[in-house]
Design a protein around this ligand. Structure first.
Ligand code: DAH
Length: 339
């Protein structure tokens, strides 16, 4: 039996050396050490041995098993090392190869205009406020002196999520949100997307952008509003820009006005952009209605304020010579790259 075990050891050693990869090495392991392997068979045959021989043969089998195991492990290590070396060789990185070109996007024309306008107002000491696009109808309408039966709600028909929650139809709700949170003096602008249930065409989109402005302090007058808007339009549209005010009505301002600027494309002579008028309608504005101040916990006897809301898309279109509003929302990189 001793010889048999020695033979097993010899053969196993040979076969381990001959194994050319991990799977064939595994076959060797099963053949010699497995449950149905050759060493196990020897153990099974020990029944016929004398009590003196049994422990001798038993420990010889165990020793052989350990040795074969060690041989297999060492061979396994060799294979793994080889594999790694090959991998390192084939996966070498050529650092002299040119890299993949990163394609960097550009700032959307609307964002560019918003950034420019923010810059101007920050220079005038304003803070930037941001509010939710999904807004409570109370803030979008009621607190702005526009109760449920007010006709202005039809003009600003928007998307209702529930009866009380809407996609804001204007940035004006930020007036109320700011006044509720903050004591005067208040000086903010709020840029952002607004929504109306308009059909899409060259000059309409169900989503567009506005910038709201609000100033509340002691002794704020219409003169402050006019002066501020004059500075803003000159800085934004060019030093020669003129501004004119037309009386208008908004529920949340009294008095209210719409402001036009001299066409910044033709300078006021009349062109395609201003439709021959020489003027472009730019924004709505006015003195904050006392009811709105009261609704937001500010005493209209002590404080007054002005507000304005300015369309951004139209400025972007005129400034960049874009004649179809849909282009601003298609996000076609070939178009956007031009600005
Ligand atoms: N929110 C108005 C609109 O979308 C624009 C507006 C008018 C805003 C007058 C104002 C304002 O702040 O004072 O038509």
């Amino acid at each position: 039996m001793k010889e048999q075990i020695e033979q097993i050891m010899l053969h196993a050693k040979e076969e381990v050396e001959q194994a050319s990869n991990l799977p064939s090495l595994n076959e060797v392991r099963v053949k010699y050490l497995g449950k149905k392997g050759e060493l196990t068979a020897v153990l099974r045959g020990m029944g016929g041995l004398s009590p003196e021989e049994r422990p001798v043969i038993g420990s010889l089998v165990n020793q052989t098993r350990d040795e074969i195991e060690l041989l297999i492990e060492q061979r396994e290590e060799q294979f793994k090392k080889q594999e790694l070396e090959e991998k390192l060789k084939t996966e070498k990185i050529d650092i002299t190869m040119p890299s993949n070109k990163e394609s960097i996007g550009s700032i959307h024309p609307i964002t560019q205009i918003i950034n420019d306008i923010k810059e101007i107002f920050i220079g005038l000491g304003y803070e930037i406020a941001e509010g939710p696009e999904i807004e409570l109808a109370t803030y979008n309408f009621d607190k702005l002196n526009t109760p449920p039966d007010h006709p202005a709600r039809d003009e600003q028909d928007t998307f209702y999520i529930t009866e009380d929650i809407v996609l804001r139809s204007q940035t004006s709700p930020m007036q109320a949100r700011t006044m509720e949170k903050q004591k005067p003096p208040i000086k903010i602008i709020c840029p952002g997307a607004v929504y109306r249930s308009d059909n899409v065409d060259a000059t309409h989109s169900p989503v567009f952008h506005q910038i709201e402005g609000l100033v509340v302090d002691k002794n704020i007058s219409m003169a402050d509003l006019k002066g501020t808007l004059e500075i803003f339009t000159k800085k934004c549209l060019g030093e020669n820009t003129k501004i004119r005010f037309r009386p208008h009505h908004f529920p949340f301002t009294e008095p209210s006005a719409e402001a036009d600027v001299s066409c910044f494309v033709c300078g006021g002579k009349g062109c395609r952009v201003c439709k021959g008028e020489g003027w472009i309608e730019l924004l709505g504005c006015g003195m904050v209605h006392p009811n709105v101040l009261r609704n937001c916990g500010i005493d209209p006897k002590e404080y007054s304020g002005f507000a304005f809301g300015c369309g951004v898309d139209r400025i972007a279109m005129a400034k960049f010579g874009i004649d179809d509003m849909r282009l601003l929302y298609e996000n076609d990189v070939r178009f956007l790259k031009q600005f």
